[in-house]
Write a protein that binds this ligand. Structure first.
Ligand code: UDX
Ligand code: UDX
Length: 452
């Protein structure tokens, strides 16, 4: 059997590497139109940082795992084609700012139809609006050169930073297909691939639309928990309650559960906001404005939380940060990844620059050029924005520190040394609630957390 995956990104790359590792008899080829990215996958410095990924790739690459730019050749040879191209939020035309941009999905479908001469199973890995499978089917049917196609939905639930662990041991694998004999056969073929390492009872099969919708709903529910606790964090700051204590107390209720209750400067990442906006757009399109408004509140609360964090910094520093040096620790949207898409840090840094602060960012994995480009735009410079090579360098001569990503190394910094090198009063704003505020206050910091 041969598998091809179109899109060598944060999802396609790790997912295919693990399939290749666990199924040595299947030849897996990951293709991408971005030649630089493919070259990186074939090098010692992978384009995606994920704990454990280097080892998986080292074992399978060259054996049954290949990275290539020959998109058409890989499609022609494959029995199963995963589509894992990006589906950003539209920035133009109808649905701008909310609907998904499906141009890449459509162009991939057209290429598959053009190139294929044997039966293929097409697997949607990208997160897409409900009923995209139907679009793909129509494009394939209208352009086929005689090949037959079965379209499946198989959304990926891995979280970045823990991709390898999540892929090795998923809570569930979801496969949606057409409820016809040919559809059932295709679902079985894909289920058999996962069954090599995932227990059968964790492989769930549904109809196509349930599968597509479940991905959006899973992300919406996860994000909703974060917005819920973040809403309460604002109330905690006003009342003197401690949001971590509240989260712990409510999380002990087995009906609520302890996970995804960490108050923060706001969720980021390529999925949560995009998928909720997709859900909102879908509800509006189907004439359900009350449902749309309900879910849109999750995104609004997240925007509020990001703004609230930078506003608190400015307010605490006597209502002016102009020309003050602020160290921003962490820029990735969460720890253990070099991904910055929708990171709260982008908004925090922009807000501080708008207040004419001098911002110095340090992140252990994000390249300086990416930080500059995310905040200012590609090729734009601003003398007020700089990148440091360590937390200590960033904090030297700073008036305040803002922890924006929960990297483990920020928990164990020598804060006494950092305090000694800062302007006084020295402020610290922990946007992730990872440091011991009492300890920092004992050192002399004016230390604030989220909701505490
Ligand atoms: C994935 C999913 O695809 C997306 O729907 C989900 O919401 C987030 O995770 P991700 O792997 O993170 O996306 O995206 P990205 O890292 O941008 O990778 C997509 C890759 O597809 C890029 O390398 C891009 O070059 C490639 N691509 C895109 C193609 O090869 N062909 C195309 O036509 C379009
Ligand atoms: C998410 C989903 O978890 C995953 O199942 C889906 O496939 C893709 O989207 P990801 O975005 O990679 O994964 O990371 P996740 O761990 O969910 O974190 C998302 C954001 O929420 C991060 O910015 C994180 O810092 C934040 N977060 C998470 C909180 O602020 N508080 C929490 O309690 C949990």
């Amino acid at each position: 059997m041969k598998i091809c995956c179109i899109g060598a990104g944060y999802v396609g790359g790790p997912t295919m590497a693990v399939i290749a590792l666990k199924a040595p008899d299947i030849q897996v080829t990951v293709v991408d139109m971005n030649a630089t990215r493919i070259a990186a996958w074939n090098s010692d410095t992978l384009p995606v940082y994920e704990p454990g990924l280097d080892e998986v790739v080292r074992q399978a690459r060259g054996r049954n795992l290949f990275f290539s730019t020959d998109v058409r050749g890989a499609i022609a040879a494959a029995d199963i084609i995963f589509v894992s191209v990006n589906t950003p939020t539209k920035t133009y035309g109808v649905g701008s700012g909310r609907a998904a941009d499906l141009r890449y999905i459509e162009s991939v479908a057209r290429t598959i139809a053009e190139v294929s001469t044997t039966p293929k199973i097409i697997v949607e890995k990208s997160t897409i609006p409900v009923k995209t499978a139907e679009t793909i089917q129509q494009i394939l049917a209208a352009n086929t050169n005689g090949a037959t196609f079965q379209v499946l939905s198989n959304p990926e639930f891995l979280a970045e930073g823990t991709a390898v662990v999540d892929l090795f041991n998923p809570d569930r694998v979801l496969i949606g297909g057409e409820r016809t004999p040919a559809g059932d056969a295709a679902v079985k073929t894909l289920a058999d691939v996962y069954a090599r390492w995932v227990p059968r009872e964790r492989i769930i099969t549904t109809n196509l639309w349930s599968s597509e919708l479940s991905k959006l709903v899973a992300n919406a529910f996860l994000a909703q928990r974060i917005s819920s606790i973040n809403a309460i964090s604002a109330l905690c700051e006003a009342t003197g309650a401690d949001v971590d204590e509240v989260a712990n107390a409510i999380g002990k209720d087995s009906r609520i559960g302890p996970k995804f209750l960490k108050a923060s400067v706001g969720f980021g990442g390529s999925c949560f906001q995009k998928d909720i906006l997709n859900l909102v757009y879908l509800c509006e399109s189907f004439g359900l404005p009350a449902v749309a408004a309900y879910w849109n509140g999750v995104v609004e609360m997240n925007d509020y939380q990001k703004r609230r964090f930078s506003a608190r910094i400015v307010r605490s520093l006597f209502n002016t940060v102009a020309d003050k040096r602020i160290a921003v620790l962490g820029f990735a949207f969460k720890k253990d990844t070099n991904d910055t898409r929708e990171s709260a840090a982008i908004h925090v840094v922009r807000d501080l620059l708008a207040e004419q602060a001098n911002v110095v960012v340090y992140d252990p994995k994000v390249a300086a050029a990416d930080i500059q480009a995310d905040v200012l735009g590609k090729g734009v410079a601003n003398p007020r924005l700089n990148v440091a090579a360590s937390a200590y360098e960033a904090a030297l001569n700073a008036h305040a520190i803002a922890i924006v990503t929960e990297w483990d190394e920020f928990k164990t910094l020598d804060y006494a040394k950092i305090f000694a090198g800062m302007h006084k009063p020295a402020f610290l704003f922990d946007g992730r609630n990872i440091v011991d505020l009492a300890h920092l206050r004992a050192l002399g910091f004016r230390a604030h957390g989220i909701g505490r």
